[in-house]
Design a protein around this ligand. Structure first.
Ligand code: GLU
Length: 415
């Protein structure tokens, strides 16, 4: 079975919601294309003295609702179509959560695990140099994503500020707190996702306390999903994995010890007292809640019939492909779609921008409180519409998000 192209998947979802909002086919055609794409070649001097050219992208998908926003990924298998699909998803994400922002995504084809810290810094700064004319607080504001982090944002905001000749903290988000970052940003994607799971579990009559949870991915989102799930939401984390493989214990894993194990060994694998499993096996475990928090397309038509969870919460972008979506819907497994469930990151990013513009610094409780409200409101709106139209949550989420973008385009006179 061939892997579905993420951009095609997103376009197919867009088509399916077009009847719900009576969208004109010409408008649909406009929404199926990014407004701007920037492709750059980035020469970087490696530690050995040789020069290596890296390929970088930034796709600014749609800015009808405001300046574009979205992460930068560093991944060896990056493709322009994945970035296009992810940039479109950012557009729907910001719209669904009622943020005054459009959507974008960027990436560099590289394997950060094979780069030294100095090479990584030079590459990060060079990306900003190449993209500078197209970035900025009122143009396009990047953030961390797959294999990028607050330290990389610190280099990038510093590079941007140097070129601008002034400190411009609002040009990047997900920065360290000591450098204009926001309290509560680091775990915001996972925390926001759990607020959505909590609401969905309530609607399904599933008790969160003691519920069994399997999490694929143990990066920023996956590790916080495990910690918050256990410590704040009372769930039992029975399985986790990373790119090396996974571990399983039906009685539950001690998550804090696991975080220490990962930082000491570079992987969760070989954690004492747990059974070794593969990433594929993790997805099919007997769990109440499955959280794919790694990469796209991991649940597809070949494994969807064997998923046993009642809730699949997409903390990653695009982990369930279109075929799997239909299979899971027919099996009455509730899929919490990515741009609903993982919107917490960009919501906290937006709060970070607001603080930067006002030279302010909010307490963590304030960020949590506002985040909880936003995530809960979005879930309620999507769930209500899904029930009303007898459609999956994803289609209802598309209907709300896309219609707001279309209205903004109409008001601006673009269509
Ligand atoms: N990379 C995150 C996402 O996919 C956050 C984006 C942002 O904060 O701009 O939603």
């Amino acid at each position: 079975m061939s892997e579905q192209n993420l951009f095609d998947m997103v376009k197919r979802h867009l088509c399916s919601c077009s009847t719900d909002i009576a969208m004109d086919e010409n408008i649909e055609a406009v929404l199926k294309m990014p407004r701007r794409e920037i492709h750059v070649s980035i020469p970087v001097r490696m530690d050995t003295g040789t020069i290596r050219a890296f390929q970088g992208f930034r796709v600014q998908y749609n800015d009808a609702l405001g300046p574009t926003k979205g992460g930068i990924r560093f991944h060896p298998d990056e493709t322009i179509d994945t970035i296009r699909g992810l940039a479109a998803l950012m557009t729907w994400k910001c719209s669904l959560h009622n943020l005054p922002l459009g959507g974008a995504k960027g990436g560099i084809i590289c394997n950060p695990k094979e780069l030294s810290i100095h090479e990584l810094e030079r590459l990060s700064r060079a990306y900003v140099q190449a993209m500078y004319p197209f970035l900025g607080p009122d143009r396009d504001i990047p953030a961390p994503d797959v294999y990028t982090n607050p330290g990389i944002m610190a280099w990038m905001v510093d590079e941007y500020s140097k070129i601008a000749g002034k400190t411009t903290f609002g040009s990047f988000t997900g920065k360290p707190v000591a450098l204009g970052g926001s309290e509560g940003r680091l775990d915001a994607t996972a925390r926001g996702g759990w607020y959505v799971i909590r609401e969905a579990a309530r609607d399904l009559g599933l008790e969160l306390s003691g519920s069994k949870v399997a999490i694929q991915g143990f990066g920023n989102v996956g590790s916080f999903a495990a910690m918050l799930g256990q410590e704040v939401f009372g769930a039992r984390i029975v399985a986790v994995s990373d790119s090396h493989g996974g571990i399983y214990n039906p009685d539950g894993l001690p998550v804090r010890d696991l975080v220490t194990h990962k930082s000491e060994n570079g992987t969760v694998v070989h954690f004492p007292g747990a059974t070794h499993i593969t990433n594929d096996e993790l997805l099919e475990l007997p769990a109440d809640i499955l959280i794919p928090a790694a990469l796209e397309n991991v649940i597809n038509q070949s494994n969807a019939p064997r998923i046993r969870a009642r809730i699949v919460a997409e903390f990653a972008n695009g982990p369930v492909d279109n075929d799997a979506d239909e299979i899971l819907f027919s099996r009455e497994i509730q899929v919490l779609p990515d741009f609903l469930a993982n919107g917490g990151g960009v919501i906290a990013s937006y709060y970070e921008m607001v603080q930067n513009f006002n030279m302010d610094h909010w307490e963590e409780e304030k960020v949590h409180r506002k985040l909880e409200r936003k995530m809960t409101d979005a879930y309620r709106a999507v769930h209500t519409l899904a029930l009303q139209n007898h459609v999956p949550l994803r289609r209802a989420a598309y209907t709300i998000a896309v219609s707001r973008v279309v209205n903004a385009m109409k008001m601006r006179g673009w269509v």
